[in-house]
Design a protein around this ligand. Structure first.
Ligand code: HSE
Length: 308
């Protein structure tokens, strides 16, 4: 019997991962939104409930609505969908809040329609949600949210997503200082060109990070978590950024950087206990500065969006 309704978990994601601006991302296990999507006879997509964040419920102003409309436009399904969104990821946090909603909506709809679309097609639909949220249809949050694990956007045109294995003991710690940085704003301050010298450093690290993930070489992963292009500019928007970077390495992290467009800061560690020590170190910095924060410690989520 076909399902009429589905409840899903939509993971938070860390995009960029230092050296992979707009191309690299990873899904998290311990933090994400929940969503209920149901088939209805009325055409179109309606957001019928939105709890946890103050976000628009009008279909065309909501990322889940826009992503869903894109899926419907490519489907021969005659009916529509209702969506209930239970946000646990704060908007403007830098851990893929809009991507979780966009990816969750299209994944759930695809399940209810008995999977007419491939994961890659779902990424394309969900990217329309990102276009609404940030002005640019980047895929580095929606791809890991849908595929799970680490993903590389090898090419945007044509869209080509490569999944990358995650070493088993790799953990992420993320601190979210309670200030909002809009992705659209933090993109506007970036430079539009880089020098050859900077490019050489950056793609050395990107290759190193991907090789480190494949080889399960934690030291190589750590050495490669360097961003010569975006972090020097965006870190100015994040209070305590340099202190956090120093503190996490002292606590044993492999390396750290800005999560997505910030203000969250992520660190990667080998093993859960180191990741917890890193959380303590991060908290210490923000306690001193006097800014409220939330901390998440998470294994890599290898499934992506999943049914609850
Ligand atoms: N790659 C995007 C950016 C991710 O850094 O603007 C946004 O979460």
């Amino acid at each position: 019997m076909t399902k009429e309704e589905i409840k899903v978990f939509c993971p938070a994601t860390i995009a960029n991962i230092s050296c992979g601006f707009d191309v690299l991302g990873v899904a998290l296990d311990s933090v994400g939104d929940e969503m209920i999507v149901r088939k209805v006879s009325e055409k179109g997509v309606r957001i019928t409930k939105l709890e946890g964040q103050d976000l628009p419920m009008e279909t065309l102003k909501n990322v889940a609505g826009v992503a869903g409309i894109e899926l419907l436009a490519n489907s021969d399904y005659e009916g529509g969908f209702e969506i209930e969104i239970y946000k646990k990821i704060k908007a403007g946090s830098g851990i893929g809040s809009s991507a979780a909603s966009s990816a969750g909506a299209v994944w759930a709809m695809n399940e209810l329609l008995e999977k007419p679309f491939s994961q890659l097609q779902l990424v394309k639909f969900a990217m329309e949600g990102e276009r609404l949220a940030s002005g640019v249809a980047h895929a580095d949050n929606v791809a890991p949210a849908l595929f799970g694990g680490f993903t590389l956007v090898r090419s945007y045109d044509p869209l080509d997503i490569v999944t990358i294995p995650a070493p088993i003991a790799l953990y992420a710690t993320v601190i979210h200082p309670q200030i909002e940085v809009k992705t659209s704003d933090s993109r506007k301050i970036l430079k539009t060109s880089i020098t050859m010298e900077t490019g050489i450093k950056q793609w050395g690290n990107l290759g190193g990070l991907i090789a480190g993930l494949f080889k399960e070489d934690y030291e190589l992963i750590g050495r490669s978590l360097v961003d010569h292009i975006v972090e020097p500019i965006r870190s100015i928007l994040i209070p305590g950024f340099d202190e956090v970077k120093k503190a996490v390495v002292q606590a044993g992290a492999l390396g750290s950087g800005i999560s997505g467009s910030g203000p969250s800061i992520f660190a990667l560690s080998e093993g859960a206990s180191t990741a917890q020590n890193v959380a303590v170190a991060m908290r210490g910095v923000y306690e001193n500065i006097g800014i409220d924060y939330e901390v998440h410690v998470s294994k890599v989520n290898v499934d992506g969006v999943r049914e609850l």
